[in-house]
Design a protein around this ligand. Structure first.
Ligand SMILES: NC(=O)c1ccc[n+]([C@@H]2O[C@H](COP(=O)([O-])OP(=O)(O)OC[C@H]3O[C@@H](n4cnc5c(N)ncnc54)[C@H](OP(=O)(O)O)[C@@H]3O)[C@@H](O)[C@H]2O)c1
Length: 428
């Protein structure tokens, strides 16, 4: 009889119970694939008495996840509690200290403490795996660290927050306002208790920072992810973008530039016909670009019990099989501190503004753009009944700096009313 791999699972919510259920359903399949049985020794959650819909009496129990992490009868500590500090972090540190491998779905913890945890794991000869932390069921960590290991990665981009994509899709397809789509998403339970983690781009920013570390061999640098949420996106922008052949997405982009590592999580326009443009609802998509492979597009469910359990178990099976990789794909000591770069990569921009309806107004706007070195690719003016006219402009590639100069210049023209909307166009 081969030695089983014994798990201690902390956190029995969506991901935790999905994982327990998968292990109960697929014990024989897991054992066959891993070459040894995978068993649950003990569990931990806040409330032992809570009904969770599956039989749990056969397993041990610890009220304190740190105690579970230290149990001598577990090999792997599976952290599915969440939160960047507190019990999740304490328990992971304790597990590594006690000589256990760690599997976690916790992007917030790794975005804040990934380097320190990776160093601790490697010093202790243990591994930390986190496939479920990024894009749920999509095996993107494995693709980057293993499948694309021979490539210099040139760009990572993606839609990695299903709730935001759901809101934007509902605005587009049902004509809902941002507030209406937000309320609908909240009613369906799609948003975190603190919805700003979703709509403010923070949750997706955590994921981008983890992917960037693996892609570019750099230390996780969440502090330098430029974050902008979707709260300022209006139905007018969604409609106007569609009219110009684009979709609005909360898009994460990480790219190594001549000036350093650029990491952005912000609303962007993508061509409606591109894979990212066609992404609907809560689905996630990650696009990976490597010098040899070209472009890889991964698409799938970014959340939910089944997809996250699928990712957690992929990590557990790797450990059972004896596959032991450094946390971020190369030894933690070799990860460089990246020089952060802001707005280093030029791009076309979409501008929407209200122009006073008088002769020469458009010419004044064009002159301000020209003075900042920005040329116009396309322009559209809509019919109107009042004294101002909505005008859309898509520029040729320009830098954010030049664009900000032009936006400031509009103020002095006397023909632009209010603050123009400027959204980057990213070609996916
Ligand atoms: N939900 C998803 O689709 C998804 C997708 C990808 C990644 N993740 C990540 O997976 C992790 C878990 O998310 P989730 O959605 O499963 O969360 P959840 O449903 O809120 O469950 C959290 C679990 O942690 C337990 N818990 C909280 N504080 C604890 C403590 N001090 N000690 C022991 N247990 C404690 C809770 O216990 P009680 O049940 O007793 O209250 C609950 O079982 C998070 O890091 C999240 O970011 C989630």
């Amino acid at each position: 009889m081969t030695t089983p791999l014994r798990l201690g699972i902390a956190g029995l919510g969506t991901v935790g119970m999905g994982t327990v259920g998968l292990i109960q359903r697929h014990a024989a399949l897991l054992a066959a694939r891993a070459g040894r049985p995978i068993t649950i020794t003990a569990l931990s959650a806040r409330n032992r008495g809570k009904a969770r819909g599956l039989p749990l009496d056969a397993y041990g129990w610890e009220d304190d996840p740190v105690a579970l992490a230290r149990r001598p009868d577990i090999d792997v500590f599976v952290e599915l509690i969440g939160g960047h500090d507190g019990p999740a972090l304490d328990a992971c540190i304790a597990a590594l200290d006690a000589g256990k491998d760690v599997v976690t779905a916790n992007k917030a913890m790794l975005a804040h403490h990934g380097q320190a945890l990776a160093e601790q794991a490697e010093a202790a000869g243990r591994v930390i795996r986190f496939e479920a932390a990024v894009a749920g069921g999509i095996p993107v960590i494995k693709t980057l660290t293993e499948g694309l290991a021979g490539n210099e990665i040139t760009r990572v981009l993606g839609v990695m927050n299903g709730s935001c994509n759901y809101i934007l899709t509902r605005m587009e397809t049902a004509g809902l306002s941002y507030a209406e789509a937000f309320d609908e998403a909240r009613g369906l339970g799609y948003l975190e208790a603190d919805p700003n983690l979703d709509v403010g781009g923070i949750d997706a920013g955590h994921k981008l920072a983890l992917l960037a570390a693996i892609a570019f061999g750099t230390r996780v640098d969440f502090a330098n992810v430029a974050l902008e949420g979707i709260g300022s996106i209006t139905i007018e922008d969604i409609r106007a973008a569609a009219d110009m052949g684009y979709k609005v997405k909360l898009l994460g982009v990480a790219q190594m530039t001549g000036r350093g590592l650029e990491q952005r999580m912000s609303p962007c326009l993508v061509p409606a016909t591109s894979p990212l443009g066609q992404l609907q609802g809560g689905t996630n998509m990650v696009v990976l670009e490597g010098d040899s492979v070209g472009q890889i597009v991964l698409r799938g469910p970014g959340a939910g019990a089944g997809p996250t359990a699928s990712a957690v178990m992929a990590d557990v099976i790797d450990i059972a099989r004896g596959l032991r990789l450094p946390t971020f794909g190369q030894p933690a000591a070799t990860l460089r501190a990246a020089r952060p770069a802001r707005a280093a990569v030029a791009a076309p921009y979409y501008l929407r503004m209200q122009l006073v309806d008088k002769p020469g107004a458009l010419a004044k706007v064009a002159r301000v753009l020209g003075d900042s070195g920005i040329s116009i690719d396309r322009m559209r003016q809509y019919g109107h009944e009042d004294t101002t006219a909505p005008v859309l402009i898509v520029t040729h590639k320009t830098t954010r700096g030049a664009l900000d100069e032009a936006l400031a210049g509009f103020e002095g023209t006397g023909v632009v009313e209010g603050v123009p909307v400027a959204i980057r166009v990213e070609v996916g």
